[in-house]
Ligand binder design. Structure first.
Ligand SMILES: Cc1cc2nc3c(=O)[nH]c(=O)nc-3n(C[C@H](O)[C@H](O)[C@H](O)COP(=O)(O)O)c2cc1C
Length: 269
């Protein structure tokens, strides 16, 4: 499936079949994790597969997930962060979401799961002595078939003009302007990226030769993981248009019209 169709239909799976992945699928997941770990080997992170999901689920019931609503799945993937700065969080979002697209190609369902307020002692009891801090897990498994008679709720997305700006965050970019710049599709589809609580904190500022990513502070927080996810999709969508650049990260705080932002970096056009 190409990236635009994938993004438009991308949906979190919150109900999984009560069945483990086949040995064949598990070995493909292990292989994928091996590849991602090879890519991130110089960073302070490691992807780990927890095959015995029931133990993780039982330990995180009432703690993991929004308001303690833990997502039950046969297996979980964790991205173990040995350091916890903004750059590690950006990178964790980027790589975890890359994994989501690959898992989806294998026919597997996924859902990001937020881990709230776990102290290191409890973290080690659940994930093992050598664990770093885990902010999020990925629940994975075979999705339960959907009931065709029940209309599924769609998670609303912001409009293009709410996330794309021209030169400054005070000036929303029109679709016409984006089309002229060849950025219409990228901006249309990047909105379907998942984000924590669906808050969609990413803002793109279009300049003559580059696009800047700004992260809006929402509920007193900068969710760098969400920014990393948007960076991944932006790069993939640009690639479908033949632009094969990568983001350069250079973070700076910014205040515009009473709102706080963190400028994350630039993508050269
Ligand atoms: C960093 C992050 C954390 C998330 N945490 C949870 C969670 O704890 N529980 C949950 O049900 N969904 C979680 N999600 C899924 C988002 O709520 C979901 O992707 C978003 O609302 C869009 O909905 P959709 O995936 O159904 O399109 C999380 C997503 C991200 C990116």
């Amino acid at each position: 499936m190409n990236m635009t169709s994938f993004l438009k239909s991308r949906k979190s799976t919150r109900e999984f079949k009560r069945k483990n992945l086949t040995e064949n699928d598990l070995s493909s997941v292990r292989e994928l994790i091996g590849k991602i770990n090879e890519e991130i080997k110089d960073s302070n992170m490691e992807v780990k597969l927890y095959e015995f999901g029931k133990r993780i689920y039982d330990s995180l019931k009432g703690v993991g997930g929004y308001a303690g609503v833990m997502i039950e799945s046969p297996h979980y993937i964790a991205l173990d962060l040995k350091a916890h700065g903004p750059e590690e969080k950006l990178s964790s979002g980027y790589h975890m979401e890359k994994m989501v697209t690959r898992l989806n190609e294998m026919g597997l369902g996924t859902c990001w799961v937020t881990i709230n307020d776990l102290d290191m002692e409890r973290m080690k009891a659940i994930f093992g002595e050598d664990t770093g801090e885990n902010d999020y897990l990925l629940a994975i498994g075979y999705p339960k078939p959907k009931n065709p008679f029940i209309h599924e709720q769609f998670s609303e997305r912001l409009g293009v003009e709410e996330i794309a700006f021209h030169e400054t965050l005070a000036k929303p970019a029109s679709m016409n302007f984006l089309e002229e710049r060849g950025l219409g599709d990228i901006m249309f589809y990047v909105r379907f990226a998942p984000s924590s609580k669906n808050l969609q904190p990413w803002r793109f500022i279009i300049h003559d030769n580059n696009v800047e990513l700004a992260l809006e502070e929402l509920n007193g927080e900068f969710c760098y993981t969400d920014a990393g996810i948007a960076m991944y999709y932006f790069e993939e969508l640009a690639r479908t248009q033949g632009i094969k650049h990568a983001w350069t990260v250079d973070m700076k705080p910014l205040e515009v019209m009473g709102k706080n932002y963190m400028l994350i970096g630039k993508y050269e056009l």
